[in-house]
Design a protein around this ligand. Structure first.
Ligand SMILES: Cc1ncc(COP(=O)(O)O)c(C=O)c1O
Length: 366
């Protein structure tokens, strides 16, 4: 295992590697959070809700689940509120283990927590590599691996590539899984950033072998508060309820679910920002000679197009150069199949994106 930090968003863990002070002023492109920040009303609402800390939350989180169910067009029985997407991942693995699954396939490169969750519950992990510079899924191999092992984890849009496996391919995987009693777990942590709306919720009406994992911390920029949910068949969600620790989500976070989902203006502003900024940043990075993977999410993965194998070379050097310019990018040392040869950056505000582009331009200049 590499000694690089396993997640983004922790400058104090990365900067000392380069002899920089952990508390240095930094623009953080390493965590994929909405740069609009939390909705403006949130701080006041949290402050006003502090008295709720004196009582236990509703163990069924009925109000929050109904708000999610209404937003998704599902019955509340198919919704479980979780302590971030991270808890949803661990609950999915716990359910698979409970169902007797001993092996799972994970489509790589991807978020490292699927593997950790599986191993935690005694499930052996088989990697399945996305192929080529555009990170395509070999559908036939995926279907075979899913049915052989009993479960397949994939992330859509995928962290760190930003790629989105087409809905028709997902449907075909689900049909194959149904025939062989295999489960498809799809992490949709970044689906709120995808336009037009690509969420797979409607498939839950036809496929009881589908689990959808969601995060609310990315879109609403509240990773410290922790909110997510899990969607599945009523039976699967019922079993997951038995596996989840009681009161896993605190009352303040749970009380925010309905007002967050009701804030359509925030969602519209987010989409307008991303629709403008992602193509702009991608174009600027390409103009600097970088190979950028076309993304459906709020982040971009890139490498040096001029070099076929820059493993251990230019990308780690660029990471260090950026850190010295006060910019934190996400290294890829612990993504299987990338191993440091790529960098990932969040899409941020125009002035911040401009600062990133200028810093890279200074590095690539002779
Ligand atoms: C793909 C993916 N899923 C889930 C999570 C966990 O998010 P949360 O903060 O909601 O636990 C992350 C966090 O980076 C992620 O990248």
């Amino acid at each position: 295992m590499s000694d690089w930090p396993s997640h983004g968003g922790r400058p104090e863990q990365l900067l000392p590697r380069f002899g920089l002070a952990g508390g240095s002023e930094i623009i953080d492109f390493s965590a994929n959070l909405n740069p609009l920040g939390p909705p403006p009303w949130l701080a006041q609402r949290l402050a006003a809700s502090v008295t709720e800390l004196a009582t236990y939350p509703d163990p069924d989180y009925r109000e929050a689940r109904e708000a999610i169910a209404c937003n998704e067009g599902l019955p509340a029985e198919q919704v479980r509120l979780t302590n971030g997407g991270a808890e949803a991942i661990f609950l999915a693995a716990a359910l698979l283990a409970r169902q007797g699954v001993t092996q799972a396939t994970i489509v790589q490169p991807t978020f490292g927590e699927y593997g950790r969750a599986c191993r935690h519950y005694g499930i052996a992990v088989e990697p399945l590599a996305l192929t080529g510079e555009r990170f395509m899924l070999d559908e036939a191999r995926a279907a075979e691996a899913m049915c052989d092992t009993g479960a397949l984890f994939l992330c859509r849009p995928n962290n760190p590539t930003g790629t989105l496996i087409e809905r028709e391919r997902i449907e075909r995987l689900l049909v194959a899984g149904q025939r062989h009693g295999a489960t498809l777990v799809v992490d949709e942590a970044f689906v709120d950033f995808v336009t037009p709306d690509e969420r797979l919720t409607p498939l839950l009406a036809r496929f009881d072998n589908l689990l959808l994992l969601r995060s609310m911390t990315k879109l609403y920029a509240i990773p410290g508060l922790r909110l997510g949910h899990l969607l599945g068949s009523a039976a699967a969600v019922g079993h997951i309820g038995e596996l989840q620790p009681p009161w896993s989500v605190n009352a303040l976070a749970a009380g925010l679910v309905a007002p967050l989902l009701a804030d359509r203006d925030y969602l519209a502003r987010t989409r307008a920002w991303l629709d403008a900024e992602r193509p702009w940043l991608q174009g600027e990075l390409e103009a600097l000679g970088l190979n950028v993977v076309p993304s459906h999410a709020n982040f971009l993965l890139f490498r040096n197009a001029r070099l076929r194998d820059d493993r251990g070379g230019p990308m780690p050097a660029l990471l260090e150069h950026l850190a010295r310019c006060g910019i934190l990018a996400r290294h890829t040392h612990n993504f299987i199949g990338l191993e440091g040869a790529w960098l990932r950056v969040a899409v941020r505000s125009r002035p911040e994106n401009q600062a990133l582009v200028e810093a890279i331009a200074r590095w690539s200049a002779p």
